[in-house]
Ligand binder design. Structure first.
Ligand code: ADP
Length: 491
């Protein structure tokens, strides 16, 4: 009997993080907090997701929440007691417990500025643990996400020592190392009430006077994960380490990389209501053309099946390699190629893409906006998708592209390297085209290789399209790896 069919012991897991689709989402963290718990429930895990009850959560969810209880909790050094309410919502086998407090979560968006966010997430991390004790729910694993939940492992091992929740093992996942929750020691000590000894160099202390909430969490967690194996290696180097590379090297024995998946129901070209024509692997070659034409028509591009259409769907920031794209874009326009950009972000990129649209009318379209529907149409209608990131912890767009039979052209970094196997002419294998060093010449070369392949070897290109659609990019595989890690932590 294979291991997969052996019954696994049930594990209970508390997810603690600052955002979760569909309640509140600003980035990839929100997607993971939605999809991973659902995938884990299918693997015999009992999952509770603990979130702040922000005011911006849509009313249709707020009205379904059920009052679960309330208590008062110490937090800061001024000795005040803070209200903690628990509102519960059960959906598709996952229990969502929202921590309620008007003072911290009563205004608009989840993140405002560090002056407000530091106290907010000190409160949230402590209240989440206190709520688990209050509800008398003792998980095997407490799985925390990003800096906003970074203090959870620290609280658990200090102030909550000896309480029921201390028996759990903790895991802290790095989705984005760039944001760490750094502020001066007196402020963080005031708001967390944590003892002096955690503010040392092995713990929260950074530099002469600062404390770093993420750094503390990484030190105290029983296990650290990040969202791809390559990124797990990269963040141990100064270039990618965001100042924590030595700390991560020190803790590398408990650091693992597991790539994200995508929600294959949400991203399904066969059922996607936003597409001109639905398709699956059996009819993709014909029907993708119809989607290409519809895309060209809606964007005012020349309508021509024979064009090689390159998509780019991205936040327009330095992380995403857009300076390289800007450098090579004029060289891509050759009468057989069209470029479609969808994104918002830094002015300089927004403006340069607007400029290119103007200069290459009919060949370049720059949609400077956030538009889910258009994203779906580009994934379906483009031939290739560009992801030339400077760094990319995991990256979702290349996974979605493959699911839609669109060939990714990516830089070999982080999750891009782990999920896109470069085309190999000898074996006629691989999923896309890649380049290694962060240089515009290499990006241009990768795009030209893809283009040549498309125009001169369509039979093999089409095979790659079908291979990509067949690739497993679902959460199931990743959820299984998380569950195995939970089992290792708590056999
Ligand atoms: P990051 O989290 O760094 O922004 P990811 O690749 O992990 O990058 O996730 C990006 C997600 O956001 C994808 O689902 C992508 O389709 C979506 N997205 C990015 N920009 C836009 C946009 N302008 N309009 C619609 N969707 C977008």
């Amino acid at each position: 009997m294979s291991m997969d069919y052996m019954p696994q012991p049930r594990r209970s897991v508390a997810f603690i993080g600052s955002e979760c689709y569909p309640f509140v989402k600003t980035g990839g963290l929100g997607d993971v907090m939605y999809a991973l718990p659902r995938a884990l429930t299918r693997l015999n895990c009992d999952v509770k997701v603990i979130l702040p009850r922000y005011k911006c959560i849509p009313w249709k969810y707020q009205e379904k929440m059920v009052y679960r209880g309330e208590f008062y909790m110490d937090l800061s050094q001024d000795g005040r007691s803070y209200y903690v309410g628990i509102m519960e919502y059960v959906w598709d086998g996952v229990v969502y417990d929202f921590i309620d407090n008007e003072e911290f979560f009563g205004f608009g968006n989840p993140y405002t500025n560090l002056v407000d966010d530091i106290p907010k997430y000190c409160f949230f991390s402590k209240a989440a643990l206190a709520a688990l004790n209050y509800m008398d729910w003792h998980p095997d694993i407490i799985h925390c996400h990003d800096w906003q939940a970074g203090l959870v492992p620290v609280f658990q091992r200090t102030m909550f020592g000896g309480t029921p929740v201390a028996a759990a093992k903790t895991m802290l996942t790095i989705h984005n190392l760039r944001f760490q929750g750094i502020y001066n020691i007196p402020t963080i000590q005031f708001w967390s009430g944590l003892p002096d000894y955690v503010f040392n160099y092995q713990g929260l202390r950074q530099g002469y006077e600062d404390a770093n909430m993420f750094k503390g969490g990484l030190a105290f967690a029983d296990s650290i994960t990040t969202v791809s194996g390559t990124y797990a290696q990269e963040i141990q180097t100064p270039f990618y380490g965001e100042g924590l590379d030595d700390h991560l090297r020190y803790h590398s024995g408990k650091l693992y990389g597991i790539v994200n998946g995508i929600d294959t129901d949400m991203w399904n070209p066969w059922t996607d209501s936003r597409l001109a024509v639905n398709y699956d692997i059996t009819n993709v070659l014909e029907r993708k053309k119809a989607n290409k034409r519809a895309l060209q028509e809606s964007l005012g591009l020349a309508q021509d099946d024979h064009m090689f259409v390159i998509g780019l769907i991205s936040r327009l920031t330095d992380q995403k390699g857009l300076d390289l794209v800007n450098e090579v874009l004029p060289q891509l326009i050759d009468g057989h190629t069209q470029v479609v950009v969808l994104g918002t972000g830094d002015d300089r990129y927004e403006n340069s893409f607007r400029y290119y649209e103007d200069r290459f009318k009919g060949s370049v379209c720059s949609c400077i906006m956030y538009d889910e529907g258009r994203a779906h149409q580009i994934y379906a209608g483009a031939d290739a998708l560009l992801v030339p990131s400077l760094f990319e912890p995991c990256g979702l767009t290349q996974l979605i592209a493959m699911r839609y039979g669109t060939i990714p052209i990516v830089r070999e970094t982080g999750g891009l390297k782990d999920t896109v196997e470069p085309y190999n002419a000898n074996t006629n294998g691989g999923n896309g085209f890649t380049f290694d060093r962060y240089e515009s010449g290499l990006l241009l070369d990768a795009i030209n290789r893809a283009k040549t392949f498309y125009f001169t070897n369509r039979w093999c290109w089409d095979e790659m399209v079908q291979r990509d659609m067949d690739k497993d990019v679902s959460w199931e595989n990743s959820a299984r790896q998380y569950r195995d890690l939970y089992m290792q932590l708590k056999p």
